[in-house]
Design a protein around this ligand. Sequence first.
Ligand code: ATP
Length: 237
Amino acid sequence: MSDALLSVTGLQAWYGRAHILDGVDLTVGRGEVLALVGRNGAGKTTTLKAVMGLIDARAGSVRFDGREIAALPPHRIARLGVGYVPEDRRVFAELTVEENLEVGRQPPRPGAPHWTPDRLYALFPNLAEMRGRRGARMSGGEQQMLTLARTLMGNPSLLLLDEPSEGLAPRIVQQMAEALKALKAEGLSILLSEQNLGFAAAVADRATVIETGRIRWTGAMPALLQDEQARRNWLAV
Ligand code: ATP
């Protein structure tokens, strides 16, 4: 894809001596949602962390918006417009919803949607209802939404989302899926790591399948749903 917003080529990563990623290639087009799917331990989280610059022992090329970012530290990558939402929720427990959002506030960025607390409350109505509540008094799912909303206050053009549906109640999973579709409609590009194929299918245009640190399959989401062999080989538990 020539006009890819994110283009990852030959990405390698190590934890100590353990060679975890062994040549990951993937692209996220502008305005596209790509699901990175795979079993537990396949390397999804490691891929997102390596793209974000959070793993020291890494090699390969990561191009974002036409620029090589593979050697940059995470705060520089964030400043260029990449938002990272980790699997574990990162809310400030002593701060209210409103204050948590203010912590994430950054100036508007050309070419990326501009978020304000009011726009985010429209996207996440349950956060609007609890804007004065402290993080510590929110459920896991609510904290997950707040972590995403706070990241959006940085006005990213690309979101790296690590298993956003994990551990959420079904009603909240539905809300999360709707929110991600709305973000896509705003023009945001998203790389989404997921174990839940149903959730990935609801929001992603394309899928790429990872197993033991290598990409095994890439194609349109509906094609993956129809490819029983691919699902059996790399996704079934
Ligand atoms: P999960 O759904 O469990 O998050 P994943 O696909 O995101 O799975 P990763 O978390 O990227 O997988 O893990 C890939 C491999 O790296 C696994 O074998 C895991 O045990 C290993 N690993 C992850 N973190 C570390 C670490 N800090 N030190 C050593 N090995 C690690």
